[in-house]
Design a protein around this ligand. Sequence first.
Ligand code: FAD
Ligand code: NAI
Length: 471
Amino acid sequence: ASDAAEHDLVIIGGGVAGYVAAIKAGQEGLKTACIEKRGTLGGTCLNVGCIPSKSLLNNSHLYHQILHDTKKRGIEVGDVKLNLAQMLKAKDQSVEGLTKGVEFLLKKNGVDYIKGAGSFVDANTVKVDLLDGGEQTIRGKNILIATGSEATPFPGLNIDEKRIITSTGALALQEVPKKMVVIGGGIIGLEMASVWSRLGAEVTVVEFLGQIGGPGMDAEIAKQAQKILAKQGIKFKTGTKVVKGDDSGALVSLSVEAAKGGKEETLDADVVLVAIGRRPYTEGLGLENVGIDKDDRGRLVIDQEYRTKVPHIRVVGDVTFGPMLAHKAEEEAVAVIEYIKKGHGHVNYAAIPSVMYTHPEVAWVGQNEAEIKASGVKYNVGTFPFSANSRAKTNLDTEGVVKFIADAETDRILGVHIIGPGAGEMIAEATLAIEYGASSEDVARTCHAHPTLSEAFKEAAMATYSKPIHF
Ligand code: FAD
Ligand code: NAI
């Protein structure tokens, strides 16, 4: 289409990867368009991921704490009631505020926001089926694919988002289910299990592996997490696989058996959450019209500068390699614009933190102990329990531990793994330390304010090469 508007950059997808790239491109003076088909910006993360889940996690935790954790603090509460509709509304309001804020930022940076589904016509041309009807063709010197990911379905179970749900349904249940079974004990499974268990559901998590937490979580920390979550009321069936499901009756019934094989058992549930991972999303994108490669897991294949084999078409975020995390997508989005504009950009994939927002939180960065062991590097471990930390004690919130792993020869920090209150904030210090190539002694000799939880962090660092003071 010769009349099509010519842009320096056309971005397909307005999730974290796409919208951050759009803002950065606008700041760099590139004439940019961002195409999003959802009707709102922010993608999975803002609409049906990070943000709504954290809203429900925070408020369900407050509710649960008011019910079960006030008396010993000298707070007597009376008639505590759940108003789920209001809790969901509070979540929706947070989401709406943030997605509108992103729309404002795009406008402020001169980005053309096009509401509709984009698909490749050729390597420089994208056709948009507009949400309002009609069609628009748009041309770009550069094109960025940021179409994200979707929940992996479970064969044989039909997702209706009411009785058999993904995380999207789990963020919008209109009543608390009596019985809920979660397939997959990864981050989504455990965060959503926490929410609904706190609100009163009887929750069972079925996990294929012997360990919960999904890929990356240190085994020792995962074990503690499972123990603590079990104490909170969540039931676990690890080393167990779901063989088949049947949703024809009043309850959904799942047949499960030991992963290694064995006797079948039936679990009944009002609601079944499928949380077995996410997969790259490229449906309707017209990739066949440009010939871009996917790997065996559906991820778009790129080089170090995020280029596909068509060099002016690049890819960032969940739809390509690496952890499916919002902050990873954001780092890549900035880097890819720097590559386009200046020819160089940078993301340190060895220093991307992970956080699970349960209570207590679990957070880590760098390698876990099993990975370090497998690499053959000699290492020292230093740990410090929150039960010996003064602030955790005064807060009556002492479950968990900080675990440092440092190179035995150089003391360079290889990994930090935390389960405990505020772990998600604390991990930023570990990430900075790894980014700067710090040794555990560098951290331990840095003064930390008293009384703070981060003293546990400092003392765990100390424990790798010496002895902690308070334990
Ligand atoms: P997405 O956010 O999926 O955005 C892609 C966008 O592209 C979508 O809006 C889609 O509509 C649009 N799109 C796709 N195809 C087209 C097309 N052809 N035309 C136009 N638009 C298109 N990560 C964290 O770091 N922290 C968390 O706490 C966290 N919590 C999560 C909780 C849940 C329940 C889930 C599901 C995910 C969570 N994540 C979290 C992961 C995080 O949401 C993703 O890593 C992040 O959203 C990836 O961003 P993205 O832009 O690559 O993809
Ligand atoms: P995941 O990959 O983290 O965990 C999936 C779990 O399901 C694994 O433990 C796996 O062993 C198990 N599993 C797979 N097939 C199974 C089966 N048939 N039966 C039983 N168990 C099975 O995936 P999840 O939790 O769905 O999350 C998807 C992505 O979203 C992750 O990459 C995660 O990083 C991201 N996310 C991040 C959050 C955060 O940062 N706080 C929150 C939620 C999601």
